[in-house]
Write a protein of this length. Structure first.
Length: 94
């Protein structure tokens, strides 16, 4: 299971964070567990109507590819959940 969690974290850093940041968004990892992944979208995606499209067309397929049994929960807004970790393409968090 640790391999799936590490693969998911790597995919977030190497694939999704660059896509989200390209449009001025910010990707946060709130929870990464055996059966649940919680992400938060900030920056230009804070409360944006595009969050639903990004979630359905990009985030869900990408997470399911590396962590098929995980339930994905996505929030957005200017207020970042406590203990959330900013995922950056360079691998450096906030």
């Amino acid at each position: 299971m640790a391999d799936k969690l590490e693969a998911c974290r790597a995919m977030l850093r190497d694939v999704l964070a660059p896509l989200v940041e390209r449009d001025g968004g910010e990707l946060y990892l709130v929870t990464l567990e055996k059966k649940k992944v919680k992400l938060h979208l900030g920056g230009t995606l804070s409360g944006s109507p595009a969050v639903d499209v990004v979630t359905e067309r990009i985030l869900i397929p990408a997470v399911k590819k590396v962590h098929p049994k995980a339930e994905l929960e996505v929030s957005s807004g200017y207020t970042v959940p406590e203990d959330a970790e900013r995922i950056r393409p360079d691998g450096k968090g906030d």
